[in-house]
Write a protein that binds this ligand. Structure first.
Ligand SMILES: [Zn+2]
Length: 156
């Protein structure tokens, strides 16, 4: 691949990720859908990861899904530590399979993190958002940030 098209691909990916972050701030979850094969990607991608087609629609997800995998974290990522999570305050994150069939990683809310064995794969969840304040880092200014999350609809 020539260097210029590699640069334009990186630039296009960057535009897609900026647009994705903006949609999360507006409490919308967007996916790209390949016009050729129908493959869905979150975050949206300018090129289909399955068939490499570049004719893409960006579509909004309804927000329903189920837990496909999860973990309860005691030694958190720096952003989570900044929010007060850690050895004394665990959190759950996981993979949610949306009703549209695409999977996405996010925080899982409404579960008892002190009893991880009671969290069940297949539990229905609905899209939610977490608004928190964070200090500046190399990619963000200090301020409110919005994160994708899912809340459990029914206790197992
Ligand atoms: Zn495709």
């Amino acid at each position: 691949m020539p260097l210029e098209s590699k640069f334009s691909e990186v630039a296009e990916n960057r535009l897609y990720s900026l647009a994705y972050n903006k949609s999360i701030r507006e409490h919308k979850l967007m996916a790209s859908r390949c016009k050729k094969c129908g493959y869905l990607s979150i975050p949206p991608k300018p090129v289909c990861p399955k068939c490499h087609g570049s004719e893409i629609d960006v579509v909004e997800m309804k927000g329903g899904g189920k837990i496909a995998a999860y973990t309860v974290v005691a030694v958190g990522a720096p952003l989570m530590v900044e929010e007060g999570y850690g050895r004394e305050k665990h959190y759950c994150c996981g993979v949610v399979e949306l009703e549209e069939g695409v999977k996405v990683c996010a925080r899982i809310l409404g579960v008892d993190v002190s009893k991880p064995e009671q969290i069940k794969v297949g539990t229905p969840v609905k899209m939610d958002f977490v608004e928190t304040f964070h200090a500046a880092d190399p990619t963000h200014e200090e301020g409110e940030r919005t994160f994708l999350a899912f809340t459990v609809l029914e206790k197992p």
